[in-house]
Design a protein around this ligand. Structure first.
Ligand code: BTN
Length: 265
């Protein structure tokens, strides 16, 4: 455990005082992973809206057990403790909401060519700039919790990534030729997310699903998705009333999925 891990600095979030995000960020100089830190400190999961921020990350985790590359200072690594106050079927769609909040913050930087890929990648002209890892705790007699981890590539060029992914990713600096500080970006995302979650928990859901559909690169695309070890091909139709993905399979069967991975064909 480093000194910074023992003594994180609490910061207040400008503009976020009331709402589902609690207004406090625990700031670390260095962590293995902001999501893992919260998993190893379950008491903090009781603090609705708590935000963990690390200036760099040494063992960032991605979806499906992948590694999240680009742990250097200057990029954004954060995890937010969300207590979803909606019916259970709507809970997976929190990851869509986080993608929308990141998109709003990036639009404010003047970034063009943004799109969302189901469930929660943020792309710039089909290259990934942001990944979101939502991990949930659902236990009897405990408040349901989502640990929403956001990794956003802010600085450097794609050459700093391994050759396997360097053609598939991008950074904000590479796109707009400007450096935006991680804390500034964090505060902007949190401001948007606070408002969106507040609305969503008060029953405004279709508006956000429509916005997601409108800004998604996924609608109408042919995909392969992984279903219990099987790969099924289909075409994305849109989101249903719970934010689950509606897919028409090659055999003409309508499926509604809320997890897993899709691959564009
Ligand atoms: C993905 O595979 O696209 C999700 C990547 C999520 C990365 C972020 S970085 C901050 C938080 N901590 C982690 O270990 N992962 C998430």
């Amino acid at each position: 455990m480093t000194q910074s891990e023992r003594n994180p600095v609490p910061l207040s979030i400008p503009g976020v005082k009331n709402g589902p995000l609690g207004g406090v960020v625990l700031y670390f100089d260095r962590l293995e992973s902001t999501n893992s830190w919260l998993k190893h400190h379950p008491d903090y999961l009781e603090q609705e809206g708590l935000v963990i921020f690390s200036a760099c990350q040494t063992k960032g985790r991605g979806r499906q057990g992948r590694v999240w590359q680009g742990g250097d200072p200057g990029n954004l690594f954060t995890s937010i403790v969300i207590h979803p106050k909606t019916e259970a079927r709507l809970i997976p769609s929190f990851s869509l909401l986080i993608g929308l909040a990141v998109r709003e913050a990036l639009l404010e930087c003047g970034l063009k060519g943004l799109s969302l890929k189901w469930p929660n990648d943020v792309l710039v002209k089909d290259r990934k700039i942001c990944g979101i890892l939502c991990e949930s705790r659902f236990e009897r007699e405990k408040t349901p919790v989502i640990i929403a981890g956001i990794g956003l590539n802010l600085v450097g060029s794609t050459q700093s990534f391994t050759p396997e992914i360097s053609g598939k990713v991008t950074t904000l600096q590479q796109e707009i030729n400007e450096v935006v500080k991680p804390k500034e970006m964090l505060f902007s995302i949190l401001g948007h997310l606070n408002r969106i979650i507040l609305d969503f928990q008060q029953g405004v859901s279709r508006k956000y699903f429509d916005l997601w559909e409108k800004n998604s690169s996924s609608i109408g695309r042919r995909i392969l998705f992984h279903e219990i070890g099987e790969k099924i091909n289909g075409k994305i139709l849109g989101l249903n009333e719970y934010g689950h993905l509606r897919v028409m399979t090659g055999e003409g069967k309508l499926m509604e999925i809320h997890g897993g991975e899709i691959e564009f064909l």
